[in-house]
Design a protein around this ligand. Structure first.
Ligand code: AGP
Length: 580
């Protein structure tokens, strides 16, 4: 939530910041702002998305600057609440990602000392506190006020009269790109990619002083050195590449991503050994990552016979006695606050911890004892697609490596059929969905998490109310919703639950709800019961899990596009949920 960038070097800082913010816009897009030094401080702010901005920050001059794209926490999206925030004399500018939890108390103190606030944000206390402590050295002033702040922050700060950019990190991500005569900072590595692949990932407690000639990092008042890491992603991977939306591009990348993830997970790895040796596993995750993890729990229980349960990361702390020898945090971004908190708590309770993530250097990689990367490449769309498929690929491969029951044939089938499933005709299903008031997704066994994920995808980008249910639960309440305006969507393949799923579908049909079913080659029974039947090739149950998930992603995408929605940046959401 919120993205920050900074630049010092030989280029126009405003343009580097604007382009960097475009790359970070997935983190929040209520408003944006940039400040540069030339040598006086100039500020530009805009309410709304960067891409929609009719005016621009191009008039700002100077080779040192900071920028921010916002997902509102304290104060509505407005120009006064957009970052950068300034001190009273408008000499010091601050951009902030995170939350200052004690801001109300700090604000009261500042107001008692005569400071007048210009915004409703928690952030604004920071420039005022720095101004109170400033005696011609920005870095020292920042270091002296940081102990007053409670909460999480990644901060970038500049002031008139100094060519220095000051950075600080505590609980919110911050990366420094080390270029040739220039430095670029970002909430993640994406804004750095056009300038350098050399990155320093700050640790909590780090403060840094950066000029175009070099940088120093302190932690707890002591100078420290941090490794420079090579970023694996490249700039082209983070571009739309001719697609109308990032989401569509990412859906179409899935055949490659699935194969990459499979081949990146090796039998002889510490992470696989950690899972192999566990007596019981708890997975903590949110949203799509939790849905993918549920598929893992069915696989682990059903094939590997290792008790495996998924707890929504935000709920983990409410189970104070919960202990398993291994706790796995699954997170595409590696920055989700609830997942990080749950994993830290698990560590405190004495569990071993493993992170499964897509983002190199993300915070979760420092929290967990071991890391397994899914290697899906940058995912820009707020709606997760290829990260889900890469997580499922990782889980299938882990089970394949751990169990006597080998999944090689099933995995090859998925690789073979993934490209062709992308051209499935969904027009009839889209017509049914876009006119619906509520959509119910149902499934049994492995197809229950598929239903949850299908519904999540649909609701977040189409804004149509959609819920996923275990098919057996429908009669325990949701049946009351059935009507010709509530289509029911289901994957129904010939496995052990086929007969009972067919009965469920007939009960639904008897209540006049339209049925969209994804089934193997759409056999006669399915054709009879369904209003729309979407054919799957003759693959295994595991293949059907992956292929039908991709079909449901496409269904959500095409429905949202037909409704004219902003697919990549759905209302009220941000990709990386870094607050509780
Ligand atoms: C799904 O489309 C969402 N973007 C969201 O549910 C997401 O999966 C969730 O916020 C978890 O994110 P993470 O995987 O980065 O931790």
């Amino acid at each position: 939530m919120c993205g920050i960038v900074g630049y010092t070097g030989y280029r126009e800082a405003a343009e580097v910041c604007r382009l960097g913010l475009l790359r970070l816009e997935y983190r929040g897009y209520d408003s944006y702002g940039i400040a540069t030094l030339s040598p006086s401080l100039s500020v530009y702010k805009h309410v709304g998305k960067i891409s929609d901005s009719a005016t621009s920050s191009n008039h700002l001059r100077g080779d040192t600057g900071i920028g921010h794209t916002r997902w509102a926490t304290h104060g509505v999206p407005s120009e006064k609440n957009a970052h950068p925030h300034l001190d009273a004399k408008k000499k010091i500018a601050v951009v902030h990602n995170g939350i200052i939890e004690n801001y109300a108390e700090l604000r009261r103190g500042l107001e008692e000392r005569g400071v007048v606030f210009a915004s409703d944000t928690d952030t604004e206390v920071i420039p005022h506190l720095i101004a109170e402590h400033y005696t011609k050295n920005l870095f020292q002033a920042v270091e002296s006020i940081l102990p007053m702040l409670k909460g999480s922050y990644a901060l970038l700060i500049i002031t008139e009269g100094e060519d220095t950019l000051v950075a600080a990190r505590n609980g919110s991500p911050l990366v420094l790109g080390v270029g040739d005569g220039e430095y670029v900072l970002g909430s993640d590595a994406l804004p750095l990619l056009d300038y350098t692949r050399q990155a320093v990932y700050f640790e909590d407690g780090d403060t840094a002083e950066i000029t175009r000639d070099g940088f120093t990092i302190h932690n707890k008042g002591v100078s420290v050195s941090r490794n420079i890491t090579e970023i694996e992603w490249n700039a082209d991977e983070a571009k739309k590449g001719g697609y109308q939306h990032y989401m569509l591009k990412e859906i179409f990348e899935q055949p490659e991503v699935f194969a990459n993830t499979l081949s990146s997970i090796k039998s002889k790895s510490e992470a696989v050994d950690m899972i192999r040796n566990a007596h019981a596993i708890t997975i903590v995750a949110c949203g799509t990552s939790a849905n993918a993890s549920m598929i893992f729990s069915y696989l682990m229980e059903g094939i590997c016979h290792i008790p495996t349960r998924v707890i929504l990361a935000s709920e983990f702390k409410y189970f104070p006695t919960m202990f398993t020898d291994l706790v796995i945090g699954v997170s595409q971004s590696g920055e989700t606050a609830d997942t990080l908190a749950a994993l830290k708590l698990a560590k405190d309770r004495g569990s071993q911890t493993l992170a499964i993530t897509n983002v190199l250097g993300s915070t979760i990689t420092r929290v967990a004892s071991l890391v397994l990367y899914t290697r899906a490449g940058p995912e820009m769309s707020v709606a997760a697609t290829k990260s889900f498929t890469s997580q499922v690929a990782a889980f299938l491969q882990i089970v394949n490596l751990l169990s006597d029951y080998k999944l090689e044939t099933e995995l090859s089938e998925i690789k073979r059929y993934l490209p062709e499933i992308l051209s499935t005709d969904l027009s009839k299903a889209v017509d049914l969905c876009k006119n619906a008031t509520t959509l119910l997704y149902i499934g049994r066994g492995l197809f229950y998490p598929v239903a949850l994920e299908g519904a999540l995808k649909m609701k977040e980008i189409s804004y149509i109310h959609a819920e996923g249910y275990a098919a057996g639960e429908l009669k325990h309440g949701p049946f009351a919703l059935l009507s010709p305006k509530t289509p029911v969507i289901s994957t129904c393949v010939s496995n052990c639950v086929y007969p009972v799923m067919m009965s469920n579908l007939k009960e639904i049909k008897a209540r006049n709800a339209p049925i969209i079913v994804i089934g193997k080659n759409c056999d006669k029974d399915l054709e009879d019961v369904a209003d729309v039947c979407i054919p799957l090739p003759a693959v295994s149950e595991y293949g059907a899990v992956v292929l039908s998930s991709v079909i449901l992603q496409l269904l959500a995408y095409q429905t949202a596009v037909s409704l004219g929605n902003d697919v990549d940046m759905p209302r009220n959401l941000a990709k990386s949920v870094t607050v509780e």
